[in-house]
Design a protein around this ligand. Sequence first.
Ligand SMILES: O=c1ccn([C@@H]2O[C@H](COP(=O)(O)O)[C@@H](O)[C@H]2O)c(=O)[nH]1
Length: 236
Amino acid sequence: MQPSEIIPRDRLIVALDLASVTAAEAMVARLGDSVTFYKIGYQLAYAGGLPLVRQLADQGKKVFIDLKLHDIGNTVARGVESIAKLGATFLTVHAYPQTMKAAVEARGGSGLKILAVTVLTSYDDGDLHAAGYRLGVSDLVEARAQQAQVLGVDGLVCSPEEAAALRKIVGHQMNLVTPGIRPAGSATGDQKRIMTPARAIAAGADYLVVGRPVVEAGDPRAAAEAIQAEIRQALG
Ligand SMILES: O=c1ccn([C@@H]2O[C@H](COP(=O)(O)O)[C@@H](O)[C@H]2O)c(=O)[nH]1
């Protein structure tokens, strides 16, 4: 979706990183209309959370399934075919050419959009080096973004630190989805490449993924509303 077509409220994606479906349902009820887009990742999916995708879609919410698929092409393709029936908007795969190619082919015209995870936002150059990579973060993110674009991937998961450079490479054809968002004063945790919501939007991010700063806040709804206000202000 072109950035100008994205409803401002949809730009905040809250990660439902919670231990049970009951806890997730309670969080969604608490957040009410302050949040329109949710992410379901490992913790909730493996706690029986995938049926929530349809449930949330039936409530008019959008859902991002963040399972970061990476396997042989055939297995990725069959997994994507199953996931495409759940009613989600986004699905992540790791940005390896075989994986991205299989996912794009398998999603077909289902309406599910494939996002390629470039380099996890908890990694810095030292982490890549320790994992055996020759390239640093910015070079690897850019190389993977170029491969993803050639393969017809719909969007990229990157840090907001890379958003401006990636926008120049991929234009507006691909959505930039950025975790590593930290409102001023909030704990960094294990994230290494971070920005505030306002700076991320100014850098060109389309969607901001926020987990702990919302779901672990004393008042999650107030935390989400504050981020929504920051996004609106940054959009001008
Ligand atoms: O590179 C990546 C890819 C995915 N994530 C996911 O986003 C949220 C961020 O949660 P916070 O609590 O706001 O740190 C989490 O679900 C990650 O799995 C990411 O952080 N970085």
